[in-house]
Design a protein around this ligand. Structure first.
Ligand SMILES: Nc1ncnc2c1ncn2[C@@H]1O[C@H](COP(=O)(O)OP(=O)(O)O)[C@@H](O)[C@H]1O
Ligand SMILES: [Mg+2]
Length: 223
């Protein structure tokens, strides 16, 4: 099991529970979609899985390791190595080129510095169809190109898991399908596990399983 959530609960205030004893099992290589209305707690759930926040109660295991036992510093190292994030807005640094943005997550990992990492960045750049624009800055790129750069940045450290929070939400339909197809192809090529929060059923349908977040729990949806 890559990821196991057991009875995870989270609230921000006493009068409302966002996640209520939620369970989830994800095996390595899975493609999981999470859908649900705005405000249902999808981002809250991804933040917990991504160890950006901690649950009020419940257990979370990654590769059978109990993450609640990790102190913050160890959690940060774990996150940098094992998890890639893609958000709705690309969050690229405007003053850096696309190539530099992709290399950014390797700066805190000494193991990854050097020619091999540069070669991986260049391979991802061509894989994403970005070779022509690799030396340009985000303001000179289209939304789709920026989001593909964000995917390459998420993959540079060879994480086991990509968490994508409405990754196509700000794209036109063609770029959205293109990005989704790329995520699916990378899942097949690199075996990276995907958890994708989306409003789009077209995107969700490309995953292996679809869960709906309802009343603080995940319910598998057959469409
Ligand atoms: N940091 C926070 N502090 C207080 N309330 C929050 C915080 N983050 C989210 N919420 C609230 O929790 C609920 C779920 O939010 P969120 O997880 O962002 O939902 P979704 O991503 O499904 O739209 C919303 O009502 C939101 O206002
Ligand atoms: Mg959200």
């Amino acid at each position: 099991m890559l990821l196991k959530l057991e009875r995870i609960s989270k609230s921000y205030s006493k009068d409302r529970t966002i996640l209520d004893q939620l369970d989830l099992d994800v095996i390595a290589g899975d493609r999981v979609a999470i859908v649900g209305p705005s405000g249902s707690g999808k981002t809250t759930l991804l933040n917990l899985i991504g160890t950006l926040d901690r649950p009020d109660s419940g257990k979370m295991y990654f590769e059978n390791q109990d993450l609640s036992a990790y102190p913050d510093l160890q959690l940060a190292a774990f996150r940098n190595e094992k998890i890639g994030f893609v958000f709705q807005m690309h969050h690229l640094l405007p003053q850096l080129t696309l190539l530099e943005n992709i290399l950014l997550p390797t700066l805190t990992n000494k193991k990854l510095q050097g020619n091999e990492t540069l070669a991986r960045a260049q391979k991802l750049i061509s894989r994403m169809g970005l070779a022509e624009v690799a030396r340009q800055k985000p303001s000179e790129l289209s939304g789709g190109e920026c989001q593909r750069t964000a995917v390459a940045r998420a993959l540079i450290n060879r994480p086991g898991l990509i968490l994508a929070d409405e990754p196509t939400g700000a794209l036109d339909q063609k770029s959205a399908f293109n990005l989704t197809d790329l995520l699916v192809e990378l899942n097949r090529e690199e075996g990276v596990t995907l958890i994708v929060v989306t409003h789009s059923m077209e995107v969700a349908k490309k995953m292996d399983r679809i869960y709906r977040l309802e009343n603080g729990k995940l319910v598998e949806s057959k469409l």
